[in-house]
Unconditional design. Structure first.
Length: 155
């Protein structure tokens, strides 16, 4: 079973690479110089793709989604002009520090989501377990009051 799964994964990886290359070539044709902007904008996503070793690449998905969501508003006019094979001057966009702050800030926000969600989930789990432990201790106290200390003794 695991060999079938690993062969399926390796087959999926082998199939994903040509599709990725075709998508990159198509976006380079449509976006023209905007492709350079796209590569620079999604640089945090590219880095996390190669550094994320988790089974589902969850960090890649979170950081990539946040990064792409911030890149898309700046990329939309380039795509619109590129669909008609027009030229879009990206020099203003490349020199716009506000755009870069928003784009890379969103990627940093994705990292914050990853770390904060872990802390919040840990807090909630501890809170639930402490509540359960307190409830069980109160039931134990009630049993001892009703039946005496012989309930707590082991056989």
């Amino acid at each position: 079973m695991s060999s079938d799964l690993s062969s399926l994964r390796s087959g999926g990886i082998k199939m994903a690479m040509p599709l990725t290359i075709i998508a990159l070539m198509a976006s380079a044709v449509i976006l023209q110089f905007g492709f350079i902007f796209l590569l620079l904008a999604i640089l945090p996503t590219i880095v996390i793709f190669f550094t994320d070793n988790s089974p589902g690449k969850s960090a890649f998905k979170v950081v990539g989604s946040c990064n792409f969501a911030a890149t898309l508003p700046y990329l939309a006019p380039i795509i619109h002009v590129g669909r008609h094979f027009g030229h879009y001057d990206i020099s203003f966009l490349l020199s716009n520090m506000t755009a870069w702050l928003i784009i890379y800030g969103a990627a940093a926000g994705g990292w914050c989501l990853i770390f904060l969600c872990r802390v919040i989930a840990n807090f909630i789990v501890i809170l639930v377990y402490e509540y359960s432990r307190t409830a069980l201790e109160s039931v134990q106290t009630q049993l001892v009051e009703e039946w005496g200390q012989r309930v707590t003794q082991k056989n």
